[in-house]
Design a protein around this ligand. Structure first.
Ligand code: NAD
Length: 350
């Protein structure tokens, strides 16, 4: 483990991060980025396991994601700074998953509690449960955050549908891009509400399994879902879903999803707004998982308390919906500005 902050001050995505650590072991490789610490509290951010092309790609991802975690925490009225870890998938992982995560847990211990982590893309609750035997600095062991992330996203969808007076979920065409931990939970909640589900994933085996469980869903080829005429497009895979090349082709009324960093750039949110596509900021609506792991860390695990905290995402969103339509300003700009103000005042008072 080595601290590399000084070498990356010129990096485009470096936002005066508090600490960046490179893990460069024989078997275990990746980065941990701590974006902000507030009042000596730990910083929270889940761990992503991915087949990165190279170190630069992984570093950019961890810098962007850790920054987003600070925004998410502030937007959810939490007291913790943001962080994130990314790990490269390696042959060793395929050979001995438990030891791979044991080694990673040892790395986390070296940070003495500055960084609390859990499961993101490619990491499962069982991995976190195993890591807990080695490190106390993991959360999401008792409660699986994916369900609460899904609950927050669906709450935001419901609030927006109601605000725009579009009725309820019955027969609404909703496209879920990514059928992993969160996408699957969203799908189950929405099927219960009689929505018409369109689903896509690069993992064909997974799609077949879900289709046999829920024959009523419609499977759509990869990278084609956003082209469908949908009420809601729900990105639940990776980042940069909306780009300057594709934003004109989205055929939905709104974009509400769990994926982090959905916009390649904030200007794309403005362009979507002009096309009358309501984009809800990822970090505002997907905070349910963070809220649940923070609750677990603070010793609160009862379902009702955590659920109520997650449902409050809907109340926050309602305020921004009213402001956005009153001022005719893209909603994501209002949320970004509010979070930046709060961040500035937190930093000023440190
Ligand atoms: P996951 O790894 O369980 O699932 C991701 C799914 O996306 C996989 O099934 C994968 O095959 C699929 N996928 C990958 N590339 C794709 C593509 N191009 N098109 C369609 N599908 C593709 O991850 P997850 O935990 O469900 O997280 C999904 C997203 O939500 C991520 O961006 C994550 O950062 C974000 N998120 C997750 C949580 C959480 O609680 N897990 C919380 C907040 C945000």
């Amino acid at each position: 483990m080595s601290i590399i902050t000084e070498n990356f001050v010129d990096e485009e995505f470096f936002d005066k991060h508090a600490k960046i650590i490179q893990i460069d072991g024989q078997q275990l490789k990746g980065f941990i980025a701590i974006h902000r610490h507030f009042n000596n509290f730990p910083s929270f951010g889940a761990t992503r396991l991915y087949d990165y092309n190279d170190q630069k790609h992984a570093l950019i991802d961890v810098l962007r994601l850790s920054c987003l975690m600070t925004y998410k925490s502030i937007a959810a009225d939490l007291s913790y700074g943001g962080a994130k870890a990314v790990l490269f998938t390696t042959d060793y992982l395929k050979k001995d998953r438990v030891n791979f995560f044991n080694e990673y847990a040892n790395e986390i211990n070296k940070l003495s509690g500055e960084f609390i982590t859990g499961s993101d893309v490619g990491v499962y609750q069982q991995d976190v449960v195993n890591m807990k035997k080695i490190t106390p600095y993991v959360s999401g062991v008792i409660v699986d955050p994916s369900y609460y992330t899904a609950l927050g996203v669906v709450t935001a969808m419901k609030k927006s549908i109601e605000y725009l007076k579009l009725g309820d979920f019955t027969n609404k065409k909703i496209g879920i891009d990514g059928a992993g931990k969160v996408g699957y939970e969203i799908l189950k909640i929405l099927l219960n509400k009689q929505a018409d589900i369109y689903l896509s994933d690069i993992n064909i085996q997974l799609l077949n399994k879900i289709k046999s469980e829920f024959p009523q869903i419609n499977i759509v080829p990869v990278n084609k879902l956003y082209l469908q005429s949908l009420d809601i497009y729900c990105p639940c895979a990776l980042s940069d879903v909306v780009t300057f090349d594709n934003y004109k082709n989205f055929q939905c009324r709104m974009i509400v999803g769990a994926a982090n960093n959905q916009l390649f750039s904030p200007e794309l949110g403005d362009l979507l707004w002009r096309r009358e596509i309501l984009y809800l900021p990822d970090y505002l609506v997907n905070a349910g998982g963070l809220i649940s792991v923070v609750s677990e860390y603070e010793g609160v695990t009862d379902e009702l308390s955590v659920t109520n905290k997650v449902l409050a995402i809907g109340d926050r969103l309602h305020y921004y919906l009213e402001e956005a339509y009153r001022l005719n300003k893209p909603l994501h700009r209002l949320v970004d500005a509010a979070v930046k103000n709060r961040l500035n005042s937190l930093e000023f008072n440190l």
